[in-house]
Ligand binder design. Structure first.
Ligand SMILES: *Cc1c(COP(=O)(O)O)cnc(C)c1O
Length: 393
C-alpha cells in the first residue's frame, strides 16, 4: 500500500512538462517575432481551432468568462433581456450573463447527465428571454436537439458554454458548432489549457464574427476607429502560441481521458457509487470523472487519508452563493441534491492505469468499512444507479 504516490485530482503541470520542448520553441518564436498582440500566433490558433470545431470563424479573447459575455453582446443581448442557464455550473457562466447586462434565469438539471433539463427550460421562457446558455458540464454534451427545437420555436439564441468540453461530440459534430456561438476557456486545468488565461468564441455567422472582432478591441473596425463600444479582451499572443502546440495533442489526450473513464466505469461497477451516464449520440470528453455517493464527504476524507485528491464540482450551487441569492430561478431540487453528492475522481491524460486501479480499490475499501461498521443498511440497499433511473435522450 505504501508505495503509491500522492495522486492529485488534476495535474496540468504533467501535460505542460511533457510538451516542454515544443512549448519553449513556440515561446521563443513569439519573443523573436516582435508581434506581441494579435499577431501571427493568435491568427494561426484561431484558424486551427475553427477547423478543429468545424466552424468558419473563431475569435480569441482573454478568458472563458469573456467568451460568454462577448458572445451574448455580439448577438445583441442588452440590459433587461433574460438568459436561461443552470445553477449547477461554474460561477463564471452566470457572471458572464450579468456582465452582458442581462438577467440570468436558473433552471434545474437532468439527474443523470447533470446538464440543463430542456423540460425546465420551456417553463422558464418569457417574452424577455433572448438566449439559452447550456453548459456541457464535465465534458458531457447537453441535450442540444431539444434545446434547438425550443430556441427555434421561440426565436431565441443558443450560446454554448463549452469551457469543459473541447472536442466533445453531439450527433457526430463538435459542441460549439450547434449554437449561434460556442464559448471556450483555456484555463490551465481545462482539456485544452494554456499557461495562464485564454478563451475563444466560435461561430458560423459572419455578422457575429465581425461584432466579436470589434468588441474585443475598443469597438475598433480598424485601428483607432471605434464604431461601437468595446473593451480590451484579447487572447494573448504567447498563450496562443502555446495553445497551438497543445491543440495538436488534444485528440490523443481526449482518448486517454476516455480510456481512464472507461476503466473507472468498469472497476466501480460493483462499488456503491453512481458512475457517469453517457447520453445517447454523444461522446463526452471527461473534463471530470464525477461519481455520486450518499456519504460523499466521508468518502472524500477517506481518499484524502490515502493520499488521493478529489474535487467537488460544485459544492455550492450558484443560487445558494451569497452574491447570487436573489438570482431569478425555478425550483432546483435536482441541483441541490447533486451538489451534496458529487465527487470528482483523479483524471488527467497522464494518469497511469495502475493509479486508476488504486483509486477504485480504495473506494471499494471504503465500502467494505461502511458495511462492517454498522447498524446502517447494508451496502446493497444504498442507492445505486437504479435509484436514479437513466433517462433516454
Ligand atoms: C472554466 C469555466 C468557465 C470560465 O472560464 P475562465 O477562462 O476561467 O473565465 C465558464 N464556464 C465553465 C463551465 C467553466 O468550467
Amino acid at each position: 500500500m505504501g508505495d503509491f504516490p500522492q495522486i492529485n485530482q488534476c495535474d496540468p503541470r504533467a501535460g505542460v512538462l511533457r510538451d516542454r520542448p515544443e512549448i519553449e520553441a513556440a515561446i521563443s518564436a513569439v519573443l523573436e517575432s516582435g508581434e506581441y498582440i494579435l499577431g501571427r500566433s493568435v491568427r494561426a490558433f484561431e484558424s486551427a481551432f475553427a477547423r478543429f470545431i468545424g466552424v468558419p470563424y473563431a475569435v480569441g479573447v482573454a478568458n472563458g468568462t469573456d467568451a460568454i459575455h462577448l458572445a451574448l453582446r455580439a448577438l445583441g443581448i442588452v440590459p433587461g433581456d433574460e438568459v436561461i442557464t443552470v445553477s449547477h455550473t461554474a460561477v463564471a457562466t452566470v457572471a458572464a450573463i450579468e456582465m452582458a447586462g442581462a438577467t440570468p434565469v436558473l433552471v434545474d438539471i437532468d439527474p443523470d447527465t447533470y446538464t440543463i433539463d430542456p423540460a425546465r427550460v420551456e417553463g422558464a421562457i418569457s417574452p424577455r428571454t433572448r438566449a439559452i446558455v447550456p453548459v456541457h458540464l464535465y465534458g458531457q454534451p447537453a441535450d442540444l436537439r431539444a434545446l434547438q427545437a425550443m430556441a427555434h420555436r421561440y426565436g431565441i439564441a443558443i450560446v454554448e458554454d463549452c469551457a469543459q468540453a473541447h472536442g466533445a461530440l453531439y450527433r457526430g459534430r463538435r459542441v460549439g458548432a450547434y449554437g449561434a456561438a460556442g464559448c471556450f476557456s483555456f484555463y490551465p486545468t481545462k482539456n485544452l489549457g494554456g499557461i495562464g488565461d485564454g478563451g475563444m468564441v466560435v461561430t458560423g455567422r459572419a455578422e457575429v464574427y465581425e461584432r466579436l472582432l470589434q468588441l474585443r478591441q475598443y469597438g475598433w473596425k480598424e485601428r483607432f476607429v471605434s464604431v461601437s463600444k468595446g473593451m480590451n479582451s484579447r487572447l494573448d499572443e504567447l498563450q496562443a502560441a502555446i495553445l497551438l502546440v497543445r491543440l495538436a495533442k488534444l485528440d490523443e489526450d481526449t482518448e486517454r481521458r476516455i480510456t481512464i473513464a472507461e476503466a473507472y466505469d468498469r472497476l466501480l461497477q460493483s462499488a456503491s457509487v453512481i458512475t457517469p451516464t453517457v447520453a445517447q449520440e454523444t461522446r463526452p470528453v471527461y473534463h471530470l470523472y464525477v461519481i455520486r455517493h450518499p456519504q460523499r464527504d466521508a468518502l472524500r476524507r477517506w481518499l484524502q487519508d490515502h493520499r488521493i485528491g478529489t474535487g467537488v464540482h460544485y459544492p455550492v450551487p450558484i443560487h445558494l452563493q451569497q452574491a447570487y441569492r436573489s438570482t431569478r430561478r425555478g425550483p432546483l431540487p435536482v441541483t441541490e441534491r447533486t451538489a451534496d453528492e458529487v465527487l470528482s475522481l483523479p483524471l488527467y491524460p497522464d494518469l497511469s492505469m495502475s493509479l486508476v486501479e488504486h483509486v477504485a480499490q480504495q473506494i471499494k475499501a471504503f465500502d467494505s468499512l461502511q458495511d462492517q461498521r454498522s447498524t446502517r443498511p447494508a451496502r446493497s440497499s444504498l442507492p445505486t444507479r437504479n435509484a436514479y433511473p437513466a433517462r433516454k435522450h
